[in-house]
Design a protein around this ligand. Structure first.
Ligand code: KG4
Ligand code: ZN
Length: 359
């Protein structure tokens, strides 16, 4: 079975094609599978990032994002079909990101997906963007197995989930204010780095002293699995306001390293708490911040100390992409959770909690 996935929730247009053996799908309810189906295979994926386009504005401009998705998706689709050698007529299902995300941007992906599906009389399946991130490590050469704890760290979300099986997600804790990615981006902006800043800040951090500045680790000792990162940004602001431009420039690496250390320490500590509380031995880290090298190294080291194992998506699949959407759709079909619909509405959900996902 060939499944096409289209991602357009924010500032990345992504298209991908996955394949799985039709007989490897289970016509049963989620969680009651007596076998783990063979994982779908990624045949091709193509991506266009709008980051450069939004950089002069210091953040994503929703209207520009939507207009750019309109221009990109069809060429990306053609790229994926030609790279995979699969004809459009062979596609069996069209999946797209239904939410959460920017309404206009989501509508572009939904519109293209619904039009394609309608023109070929194919089922259409709307995918939760965060489920895509959560399942993205299944695309790697060394995939995890259910059950696991998932730390979802993107630009808009920071959540710890207990994942019992495909489609069975329980929220353990989340950020009460800014997401970890936002903390990276807002701190990066204060250091004069371009939007989105997380990756650039982590490059500087690699050259700095993480103990040079003592930034707060909010809610670290609360005993709860919730996060709070808004105070960190305020603390960075207070610190840079005390410094001259020359001093900031001279301490940039140390400031970046200290900000990164504060964020990473909180994420690692809470993930370990979640592992202990749930007694699950496997941790999956997904989302854009999962590309952070310090987080990857520290999390792996600390988890192994308590007998846990961590899985990350490949670096190129940490940030938004179409492959994770195609993968999530394929796994929903394989596990008998959903088969798609032939009611071709322009159905998007800009605000949508993963815990609300229909199983
Ligand atoms: O998952 P994602 O692509 O988009 C959302 O769904 O939000 O995550 C984007 C976020 C941005 O905040 C970006 O700065 C952050 O991921 N990010 C990083 C790194 N690469 C991307 N943060 C820290 N270190 C990185 N290497
Ligand atoms: Zn994302």
């Amino acid at each position: 079975m060939y499944i096409l996935g289209i991602e357009s929730s924010c500032d990345e247009s992504g298209v991908a094609l996955v394949k799985f053996d039709r007989f490897n799908a289970a016509p049963v309810c989620a969680g009651s599978l007596s076998f783990e189906p063979e994982l779908p295979q990624l045949l091709a994926h193509a991506l266009h990032t709008q980051i450069e386009m939004h950089q002069p504005y210091g953040g994503v401009v929703p209207e520009l994002a939507s207009r750019d998705h309109i221009q990109r998706i069809i060429p990306l689709l053609n790229e994926v079909l030609s790279a995979s050698g699969v004809g459009i007529a062979q596609v069996d299902l069209v999946a797209y990101t239904k939410g959460p995300g920017l309404a206009g941007a989501l509508l572009v992906g939904a519109g293209v997906a619904a039009s394609l599906a309608a023109s070929m009389n194919l089922p259409l399946l709307g995918i939760h963007h965060l489920e895509g991130h959560l399942l993205s490590p299944f695309l790697s050469a060394n995939p995890p197995t259910f059950p696991f704890v998932c730390l979802l760290v993107s630009g808009g979300h920071t959540q710890l989930m207990s994942v019992q099986s495909m489609g069975q997600y329980e929220l353990l804790g989340e950020s009460v204010d800014d997401a970890a990615g936002e903390a990276f981006d807002k701190s990066a902006k204060l250091l004069g780095l371009d939007y989105p800043g997380g990756a650039a800040l982590s490059k500087l951090a690699a050259l700095g002293n993480p103990k040079a500045f003592n930034f707060p680790r909010p809610l670290m000792h609360s005993g709860r699995l919730d996060f709070s990162f808004a105070g960190l940004k305020t603390s960075v602001l207070t610190q840079v306001n005390k410094m001259s431009e020359k001093e900031i420039e001279a301490s940039k690496n140390d400031l970046a390293a200290s900000v990164q250390a504060a964020i990473v320490e909180v994420l690692v500590k809470k993930s370990l708490m979640a592992i202990k509380q749930t007694k699950l031995k496997t941790l999956v880290v997904a989302g854009g911040v999962g590309a952070n090298q310090s987080l990857r190294e520290t999390m792996s080291k600390e988890c192994s100390k308590i007998g846990g194992k961590v899985y990350f998506p490949e670096l190129y699949l940490c940030t938004d992409n179409g492959a994770m959407i195609a993968m999530a759709a394929a796994m929903r079909v394989q596990y008998g959770i959903e088969t798609g619909t032939k009611h071709y509405g322009f159905d998007v959900k800009p605000r949508w909690s993963l815990a609300e996902l229909v199983n």
